[in-house]
Design a protein around this ligand. Structure first.
Ligand code: PAF
Length: 283
């Protein structure tokens, strides 16, 4: 299998994009932090359906990690990623160094609110400013027609949609369904941190969220039901739960029963923090 062309500089990236644009081709971007799994590959597949060429960025973005987080141990496996991208028929991998993305003297940071408030931000306050900054840079570097993000990081998807609207970035943002293993566990690069026992517990997260969403859709009290979900997660073996919350699915404003909702959760298993989300049907 042939690996895609891989470049690590913005200049080489732009030269390739210019060439494609000259041929009148549509371009898709799939931003990733590497350690690619089937979830990422599903994004590439959508990119190739929606455009003539698909660029995949691979960059473990330091500005979205707090000092206490897993930046150093985040899995890095560029060779394997390029093999996977070759099999998926991606056209170009953009794998810049930290100094290419953040050269000496870099002094600009985006600040996001709206859908970025609460949920993840209550526990990872630096996350979305870092995500917004790097995603804005990637969108300006690639200038794609479409960019594809997984619904697994549902709040991130909402933040990026808002970012593109607010900054008038001329790109269509596509949210792609979460890819799960046979037991419902959402694919995540961080799943490699889980040992066999933790994996069994991790697989309960989606079941508990789906049951909770069904109760909410059937009219159960929101506070009592989400509190019960936290107890079920602890009983299943999670050490602690950061949040289980229902939100309005488009804006992430507090959920109203007449609107389509999303139930979002984050919980800890040992040193690993898992997130997931499911739809809540409207009344
Ligand atoms: O979802 C991710 O992998 C990252 O947050 C992203 C969007 C590539 C930005 O670093």
């Amino acid at each position: 299998m042939t690996r895609p062309l891989a470049v690590d500089s913005v200049a080489a990236l732009r030269a390739q994009i210019r060439d494609w644009r000259g041929q009148g081709l549509r371009v898709a971007l799939v931003p990733t932090m590497g350690a690619l799994h089937d979830g990422h590959i599903s994004l590439v597949r959508i990119g190739l359906e929606r455009a003539d060429r698909c660029v995949v960025s691979i960059f473990v973005n330091p500005t979205q990690f707090a000092p206490s987080e897993d930046l150093d141990k985040y899995p890095r496996q560029l060779g394997l990623d390029l093999d996977r991208l070759g099999a998926a028929k991606a056209d170009l991998a953009f794998a810049p160094t930290v100094s290419e993305m953040y050269p000496a003297g870099f002094a600009t940071k985006l600040s996001v609110a709206g859908p970025a408030l609460g949920l993840e931000s209550d526990f990872r306050p630096t996350l979305f400013d870092g995500v917004a900054t790097v995603v804005a840079k990637l969108l300006l570097q690639v200038n794609p027609d479409v960019a594809i993000f997984g619904e697994k990081d549902y709040q991130q998807l909402c933040v990026i949609r808002r970012l593109c609207r607010d900054l008038d970035l001329p790109v269509e943002i596509i949210g792609a369904p979460t890819i799960r293993d046979a037991h419902g566990l959402a694919m995540s690069s961080r799943n490699v941190y889980l040992d066999a026992g933790e994996l069994t517990v991790a697989r309960r997260l989606n079941t508990i969220l789906r049951d909770t969403a069904a109760s909410l859709a059937a009219g159960a009290d929101e506070k009592a039901t989400t509190a019960a979900a936290c107890r079920h997660l602890i009983a299943a073996g999670f050490q602690s739960v950061d949040y289980v919350e229902a939100r309005e699915s488009q804006t992430l404003a507090p959920w109203r029963r007449d609107r389509e909702g999303r139930l979002l959760a984050a919980a800890w298993l040992g040193k690993t923090r898992l997130i997931d989300n499911v739809e809540v049907a409207s009344a």
